[in-house]
Design a protein around this ligand. Structure first.
Ligand SMILES: [Zn+2]
Length: 424
C-alpha cells in the first residue's frame, strides 16, 4: 500500500483464544494507535448520536478510530466537494482516525440492488447507486484515513444459492481491483488504507477463496462481511471466521462487521477478529435500555452468580434472541437482549440505584434509574444523552476487559461471566 505505514504489533497470539496487540502509526499522519481487540467509535456523520463533543469527551479511553458511513457522505458529496478540506475538517474532528464504511451497521440495508458494476447505499433521501468511479470520487472528497472497498455483500439471506455466493466473491474482488487501480494513481489518497472485504456467505470454500485472494492484494486490513447478528448461528460463524483468519496475514487488522453482542464478540475474538463496529450502545439507547452485563473477572466466583445479576429481568428473556433466524436478520439486531435493562419498565420508577453499581460514567455518578425512567416516559431528550453516555462507557470498558483477560489468560472466566448475565 503506497504510503500507508500502519504497523500491527502483536503482543500475544493464542491459538483459539484471540490476538492481543497494538495498531501503531495509524492515520495519514501516523500519529495514532489503537489497542486490539478493540471497537470503533460509531457516529452519524461524525457525531456520536445524542452527544456533543464536550459530553463525549467526559468518557475515558475513547477509541482512536471514528466510523462514518458512505451513504451519509454520498448525500453530501456536492457540499463536501465545494468545501474541499475533507470530512474530518468539515465535521470538526481533529484528533481521530476516520474510517469510512459502505453501510451503517445500525440501519437496515435493503437487498436486491447490486449489479456487476454497482452497489447501492441508502441515505435519508433513499437509494444511491455507486459505480467504482463515483465511489472513488467520494473517497477523494471525504479523505478518510481508512476506507472499506466496494463490496457485494448480499449473501446472508437463507435463500442465497452457492452460485450467488460465488458471484458475490468474484464481484467483490473485481471491485477491489478497480478501486485499488484508481487509489494507487490518486495523490489525494496517498497514505490512506484500503480495507479489502471478505465475502463468501456460509460456504466454507468461498470464504477461504475470498480471504486468500483478498490477502494477495495490497490492502491495509480486512473487513469480514456477511456475519452479522441474525445471519447465522455462532458455531457456524466461529468456524467460518477461524478458517478465514487462518488465510489472512498476521500483520494486518481484521474488522468484523455487524456483530456487537458481548457473547458473540467474545466468540469472534477467539476466532481471530481484531476490530468491531461500536453500534450496540446506540441501538441499546434507542430502545430506552442501559447495558448492564457484567464483565468483571475480579469478582469472587462464589458470589459472582448473584453479584453480576444487576437486573434479573423476565421480560428480557425472549426466546427469539437466542434463536438465530436468517429471515429475521434485522429484527434480531434490534431486539432487546439479555445484556441490557429496559428502563421504560414501570418497576424502575422508584429504583434509586445507579444504572450499574460501580460504573464511573457521568450518568451513574449523578443519577438513578428512577430519574432516567422518568426522562424516558416523559420523552425528555436528556434520557438519550444519559443513556448514550453510560452505554458507550460500559461497552468500551468491556473491550478493555477483553484485552485484560487475554493478557492475564482469563478468557474462560470472562466468557463465563458474560454468559451468566440474565440467567435465572
Ligand atoms: Zn454508567
Amino acid at each position: 500500500m503506497a504510503g500507508c505505514r500502519m504497523k500491527l504489533e502483536l503482543s500475544q497470539v493464542v491459538q483459539g483464544r484471540g490476538r492481543l496487540g497494538l495498531l501503531q502509526e495509524i492515520g495519514r499522519m501516523g500519529q495514532h494507535s489503537l489497542d486490539i481487540p478493540g471497537c470503533l467509535l460509531y457516529t452519524h456523520l461524525g457525531s456520536v448520536p445524542h452527544l456533543t463533543q464536550d459530553a463525549l469527551h467526559t468518557l475515558l479511553s475513547l477509541p482512536a478510530v471514528t466510523q462514518v458511513t458512505l451513504s451519509n457522505m454520498a448525500e453530501h458529496q456536492e457540499v463536501l466537494e465545494e468545501f474541499k478540506g475533507g470530512f474530518k475538517k468539515f465535521a470538526g474532528l481533529h484528533d481521530t482516525v476516520l474510517y469510512c464504511s459502505l453501510h451503517d451497521p445500525a440501519a437496515p440495508c435493503p437487498t436486491g440492488h447490486t449489479t456487476n458494476k454497482t452497489v447501492s447505499v441508502w441515505g435519508s433521501g433513499g437509494r444511491i447507486e455507486l459505480k467504482v468511479d463515483k465511489f472513488m470520487a467520494l473517497q477523494k472528497t471525504v479523505q478518510p484515513d481508512w476506507y472499506q472497498s466496494m463490496a457485494d455483500g448480499e449473501t446472508w439471506q437463507t435463500s442465497t444459492t452457492r452460485k450467488r455466493v460465488r458471484k458475490s466473491v468474484d464481484r467483490t474482488l473485481a471491485h477491489l481491483d478497480e478501486c485499488l487501480m484508481v487509489h494507487q494513481k490518486s495523490q489525494e489518497l496517498d497514505g490512506v488504507g484500503v480495507f479489502g472485504v471478505v465475502e463468501g456467505g456460509d460456504i466454507l470454500e468461498e470464504r477461504v477463496r475470498s480471504a486468500r485472494e483478498t490477502a494477495k492484494r495490497p490492502v491495509a486490513g480486512f473487513c469480514l462481511d456477511g456475519f452479522q447478528t441474525g445471519a447465522m448461528d455462532q458455531a457456524l460463524r466461529s468456524q467460518l471466521i477461524t478458517a478465514v483468519t487462518k488465510e489472512l496475514p498476521e500483520d494486518k487488522p481484521r474488522l468484523l462487521q455487524g456483530v456487537g453482542r458481548p457473547d458473540e464478540v467474545l466468540a469472534c475474538v477467539e476466532a481471530g477478529v481484531d476490530l468491531f463496529e461500536g453500534f450496540l450502545p446506540f441501538q441499546t439507547t434507542e430502545r430506552g435500555c442501559a447495558l448492564c452485563f457484567s464483565f468483571d473477572v475480579t469478582l469472587d466466583p462464589e458470589s459472582a452468580g448473584t453479584a453480576t445479576l444487576t437486573v434479573p429481568d423476565e421480560e428480557q428473556h425472549t426466546p427469539r434472541e437466542t434463536q438465530p433466524n436468517r429471515d429475521l436478520n434485522w429484527d434480531n439486531q434490534t431486539h432487546t437482549t439479555r445484556f441490557e435493562m429496559n428502563l421504560k419498565h414501570k418497576r424502575f420508577q422508584d429504583d434509586f440505584r445507579p444504572l450499574v453499581e460501580g460504573c464511573g460514567c457521568y450518568c451513574c455518578r449523578n443519577h438513578q434509574r428512577a430519574y432516567v425512567h422518568h426522562l424516558l416516559v416523559t420523552n425528555e431528550l436528556l434520557a438519550g444523552v444519559l443513556l448514550m453516555i453510560h452505554n458507550t462507557s460500559h461497552y468500551h470498558s468491556f473491550f478493555r476487559a477483553i484485552r485484560e483477560a487475554l493478557a492475564n489468560n482469563k478468557m474462560d472466566l470472562l466468557r463465563r461471566r458474560v454468559l451468566e448475565n440474565g440467567k435465572e
